[in-house]
Design a protein around this ligand. Sequence first.
Ligand SMILES: Cc1cc2nc3c(=O)[nH]c(=O)nc-3n(C[C@H](O)[C@H](O)[C@H](O)COP(=O)(O)OP(=O)(O)OC[C@H]3O[C@@H](n4cnc5c(N)ncnc54)[C@H](O)[C@@H]3O)c2cc1C
Ligand code: SF4
Length: 824
Amino acid sequence: MDARNKPRLVVIGNGMAGARAVEEILARGGAEQFTITVFGDEPYGNYNRILLSNVLAGSDDTSEIYLNPLDWYADNGIDLRAGVRAVRLDRFARIVHADDGTALRYDRLIIATGSRSFFPPIEGMWADDKTLLRGVFGFRSLDDCLSMIDESATRTRAVVVGGGLLGLEAARGLQQRGLTVDVVHSPATLMNAQLDDPAGAILRRSVEDLGITVHTGTATTGVRGADGCVTGVTFADGTGVDCDMLVVAAGIRPNVGLARGAGLTVQRAIVVDDHMRTIDDDRVYAVGECAEHRGQVYGLVAPLWEQAVVLADHLTGANPAARYHGSRTATKLKVAGVDVAAMGLKAPERPDDEFVQFSEPRLGIYKTIVIRDDKLVGATLLGDVRKVAFLMQAFDRGLPLPPERVSLLFDLGTPPVEVGAAELSDDAQVCNCNGVSKATLVACVQGGQQSVSGVMAATRAGKGCGSCKSLVTQIVEWAAGGAVADDPAGTWYVPGVPYPKPELMRLIRELELHSVSSVFAALVPDGREDAHSKMGLASLLHMMWGDEFVDEPDARFINDRVHANIQRDGTFSVVPQIQGGVTTADQLRRIADVAERYDVPMIKLTGGQRIDLLGIRKEDLPAVWADLGMPSGYAYGKSFRTVKTCVGSEFCRYGLGDSTALGIALEQRFQGIPGPAKMKLAVTGCPRNCAEALCKDLGVVAIEGGRWEIYVGGAAGAHIRKGDLLATVGTPAEVITLAGRFLQYYRENANWLERTYAWVPRTGIDTIRAVVVDDRDGLAAGLDAAMQKSVDAYREPWTDARQDDSDRYRTALPLIALPRVPVR
Ligand SMILES: Cc1cc2nc3c(=O)[nH]c(=O)nc-3n(C[C@H](O)[C@H](O)[C@H](O)COP(=O)(O)OP(=O)(O)OC[C@H]3O[C@@H](n4cnc5c(N)ncnc54)[C@H](O)[C@@H]3O)c2cc1C
Ligand code: SF4
């Protein structure tokens, strides 16, 4: 049909519901039927709003959250007016007026304006009629999120008003950005919409364990400010809390002004029928959070996927009989370290409802299910959400339940997973966050995508709250008949750059890429930066280029940025270098002085024969290092860590070699060199092995005849492995040469985060010995030279940091008593 003759479909709102409705319409041939225009007042394409919590917490990059980027609209012939707000709707003339002065006639209209943050009437919160006091935020849009991230860079103490899902996610996000956070919630129970009182009490403890202060049953009545900036909040009982940032997460309100102004029926939101059509006007539909269906207004994404399907079926005529009957909703809290999933009823309502309850408060575990007429009508999981995928399906699809109800909560006799995947009906929604059905997953596998990560990338399943990942894996395995393909990405060094390590290193060398951003720009097809790949790339580039590596702070983990080890309460631990575990009275005196001066709550001897000063505030770090005047002990990085030594022949009557001197020599040479993972070494003076050299990444044992055995690939952490004998040599100098060559070979060939205990058996000790000791492949000279380059490039990070006048060490830490560090 000629575009001029096609009826015009106008969509107001380019959020999750509006864009999904357009996708569903296109899937039904809507591009042939309609000329489509979308107004979206956010200046972006459509993004996954639920991932804003991850962006705030720093676990997702903004570039990773787009569902429909701007070029998607152009590619599909859609006229997107991004950054343009519809301001008036004239239903009689069928015209939408926009704030850029344009007016557009429509034949069909979809209103998908979503919701906005609700700001309760709290005195002092607004600077004027339209502007919040500086430092006060709602948490709804990408702009809100980016402004919060900006503001948090210079703030130390946040209050979040609202202890629901959104408030807790905001609180954790800000805490992970280094702020002290208080959550203030007026009901007595956190997440009271989803949780009963016992569950709320356990959640409260888990949240407090993270170092977040919780005030429940506390109404915020006032906001204090000075010079136009927030300085604190006041509570109804007259008390209050100081803060320099305030996030209001006290609920949402549907955006219904346009509809109301146009005379559409609005109650709690725009009232729609079972076709998602407004009850006043057959040409106008509403979908998402701005729609009210049978008295229900939803504030979650799962319902809007179902609504968009029905709307598209009806609007395009693909299935004029399609009807929306309402949705069952489930929620999952996206706060790392606190697992909460809740669906349906939180308690029994009828006398014959079955209620199964398990509580182990000491471990933070609480689980309940409510069953009615042999169907799951409610479940709450706290602390252990392993059964969430099955429960969500049972709740959503009314699956048959096992007669032993307890097996719904624990792995005792729940239907085997294969049966679960096979039994699900094709239209069963597996990923609620992105609205992906079992049929879509199966079609993707049948379309040739046979790896789990490939299916997840192609369908977006599992990319939201993550609770469905195990079910997605089961369905892919089932659909592929067990022939799940090896993941091509499995061979890549880091997930965001499509090359295995040797090829990646060759390209980096050939193209002379010295920084992480230049690697993304040159080697990733669309140049997209992947947050999860940055650290691995920084380590590789540092290893390859030494002092020619261009360090970009945003490519480093917090520990590497501030050269200290972040603790669970946000303070840092500082470990000065004590080479080979040998110290002096002067060093001990300085450590003691610093511990007193900075009120260090705990001093601890480490397993690596060093002294750990725990509980240091970030802003004190430069002064602590200056006062210590000792080099860094590298207790934090993916790098060479330490050489543990025994007393050896100098003092021990059994000693066969001077293990202490050799340990110190090794530590002096390899201090701070970066690697794919941490590297722990030890030297021991005789086979009695007091320094436990056989379970180190590289361990050296003195034996009879003045000789030394070198073991590699040992471990004694979560994984236990005795090292393999690499070589027996005659002098400490040979030990140092072979140790350097081995470490360099490992650095060049291991995957990111692959410890030697995994890499050595994967590569084979015979191969390693052939390369490192016998120089079978003629690589030895190159390995030695590359290691020498790294050794020469070494700079003591604390000295550099002491001279750093950037705001990297700004005050940004919780000033709370350490909850987990006993002070004796
Ligand atoms: C931080 C956060 C975390 C969340 N986590 C979860 C979760 O874990 N699970 C879950 O199920 N849900 C979650 N949600 C809720 C979920 O994001 C919403 O349910 C969903 O986005 C609703 O989609 P919608 O299209 O109705 O509204 P929106 O996504 O808000 O889209 C509406 C769009 O319309 C635009 N608009 C409004 N008025 C106009 C106008 N006059 N002209 C032009 N454009 C206009 C708005 O700017 C917006 O872009 C979360 C929400 C937030 C903010
Ligand atoms: S390993 Fe041997 S040399 Fe070292 S302390 Fe123990 S007994 Fe003495």
